[in-house]
Design a protein. Structure first.
Length: 91
């Protein structure tokens, strides 16, 4: 069994347009936070206890597209074929 998931991470909610101050005081200074680059992650892990494996793909910018997901799965399948074909059968 292989578990695959995706996520995207970026600082957006900490985007403070104005500075911070004590209650009742005004601040005209801009805050230290800005929107950050979006980082994306595709991660897959194998549930095989005898041969645990993991695969990952990271990039910035646009999120996961169908084509990127298909290519990620193809790379996993190719690596699994390589492992299987290089395995030595002991009888």
């Amino acid at each position: 069994m292989i578990d695959l998931d995706e996520c995207g991470v970026e600082v957006q909610s900490a985007d403070r347009h104005l500075g911070k101050s004590y209650v009742g005081k005004r601040v005209k200074q801009t805050g230290p936070y800005q929107k950050s680059t979006k980082y994306n992650l595709l991660l897959a892990i194998s549930g095989d206890g005898a041969n645990p494996r993991r695969w990952r793909d990271t990039w910035t910018g646009e999120g996961t597209t169908g084509l990127r997901m298909i290519e990620f799965i193809r790379r996993i399948l190719m690596r699994l074929d390589q492992v299987r074909s290089s395995a030595v059968i002991v009888s």
